[in-house]
Design a binder for this molecule. Structure first.
Ligand code: PMP
Length: 422
């Protein structure tokens, strides 16, 4: 046990940070109770400040594809760190990561490293606008793309959790430039392009929407989106901050065989350190400063320690790892579905446990299903299983979520099932 308990730390945290946290969903507002303060973590497990041990199924929301504190990643970070923490100048590790990315994502002709997913998306939109000379963008309800102003429009993630359709502080003039279409609504999509196609700089989508639950789309919807963008001269941006390097080496673009004009990455690309990336077509990326007129910069962009963590992580992602994800994803989904009434759509190592089935649109998630998730969340914690603290968030497996972890989960789930029934 640490010097201060979770409870004591959270009480103090509330005096420092809004809601006691530095990112909203961490506050446990949706599921209730006191957030676990992570003390240390290794593999699929972590210990909190009360000295309790948990199986982690949130995994820092996705970056930890190899598990917490992976030895190879730590060694790479250690080596880089001793050569300098930041240079604010070009260094060879940026090239090494870029080279690796090009082998995994063939359409990434040119790219830029930034420090978060939000920055990647914000920058990609600016480039799309600079390239096309158009101002409007199209997004899909329930897709979250970080907290850039133009995208906090009927977004999911933390906002869906708190039931807010938009954020205060976003000028109406910005939101007016963002067209929002429902997922799984082909007619709405066609209509949007008929009315606004010529004004759209870009359409942005999570090809595997994973921020309002896992709203897996029909391939025909994504294919049609690609066609419409091409036809109307709008760029297609795949936001692969979650799906990138997770569902396949080349992300959802590879899985679905659809090539976007630009893509955005985060999470896994930094192996647990803050890295984001946007890139794609060379002619579009050539509009970025200093080659072109679209400004974008960053003091810590291409940070050598973060580049090292990202590279070590990506190098460990062998075909066997991806095969393992497919196999484990199936097994864990089945284990989840032993809970009465629970459905668990999944793609590889991304799973969404919800007490409702067949959901493909953000507005179809029922309050009752979320309420039941909240009960399950607390019961799971009591059994030593840490799920993402919101029913709208997905669960992530890593390459070290193996048989022991599954056995622990199955035992916990059996206890939880009994209590949910009672
Ligand atoms: N896009 C997607 C698809 C995301 O899931 C997220 C974060 N959950 C972001 C963008 C924003 O990334 P970050 O939190 O690193 O700013």
């Amino acid at each position: 046990m640490g010097l201060l308990s979770n409870e004591q730390l959270f009480a103090e945290a509330k005096t420092h940070f809004p809601g006691g946290v530095n990112s909203p969903v961490r506050a446990f507002k949706s599921v209730g109770g006191t957030p676990k303060f992570f003390k240390k973590a290794k593999g699929a497990w972590f210990e909190d400040e009360d000295g309790a041990r948990f199986l982690d199924l949130c995994m820092s929301w996705g970056p930890l594809v190899l598990g917490h504190a992976h030895d190879t990643v730590l060694a790479a970070v250690n080596e880089a760190m001793h050569e300098g923490l930041t240079f604010g100048a070009p260094s060879r590790r940026e090239l090494a990561l870029a080279r690796k990315l090009k082998t995994m994502v063939p359409f990434l002709e040119k790219m830029r490293f930034v420090s978060s997913g939000t920055e990647a998306v914000m920058s990609a939109l600016r480039v799309a606008r600079g390239f096309t000379g158009r101002d409007k963008i199209l997004k899909f309800e329930g897709c979250y793309h970080g907290h850039a102003d133009a995208l906090l429009v009927k977004a999911g993630s933390g906002l869906a959790t708190f039931g807010e359709p938009t954020s205060a502080g976003v000028p109406k003039a910005f939101a007016d430039l963002t067209l929002v279409v429902s997922l799984d609504d082909m007619e709405g999509l066609e209509q949007a392009f008929v009315q606004h196609g010529a004004e759209l700089a870009a359409a942005i989508i999570e090809p595997i929407p994973a921020n309002n639950g896992l709203l897996l789309q029909d391939l025909s919807f994504l294919t049609r989106l690609r066609e419409l963008c091409t036809k109307h001269g709008a760029l297609l941006i795949f936001d692969e901050v979650i799906s990138g390097f997770r569902v396949a080496p080349g992300g959802a673009a590879e899985l679905y065989k659809i090539t976007p004009d630009l893509a955005t990455y985060g999470k896994i690309i930094g192996g647990g350190m803050p890295v984001g990336c946007y890139g794609g077509r060379a002619d579009v990326m050539s509009r970025v400063s200093p080659d072109g007129p679209v400004y974008q910069a960053g003091t810590l962009s291409g940070n050598p320690v973060a580049m090292a963590a990202g590279l070590a992580t990506l190098e460990a992602l062998t075909p066997q790892v991806y095969e393992g994800f497919r196999h484990q994803g199936e097994r864990w989904a089945k284990a989840f579905e032993k809970l009465p009434g629970l459905h668990c759509p999944h793609v590889g190592s991304i799973l969404w446990p919800l007490f409702q089935g067949g959901v493909k649109r953000a507005d179809r998630v029922e309050g009752g299903a979320i309420a039941k998730f909240n009960r399950m969340h607390k019961l799971m914690l009591d059994e030593g299983v840490y799920l993402s603290p919101s029913g709208y968030e997905v669960a992530f497996l890593s390459s070290v979520h193996g048989n022991d972890e599954l056995a622990h989960f199955e035992k916990a789930a059996a206890q939880v099932a009994a209590q949910l029934e009672a």
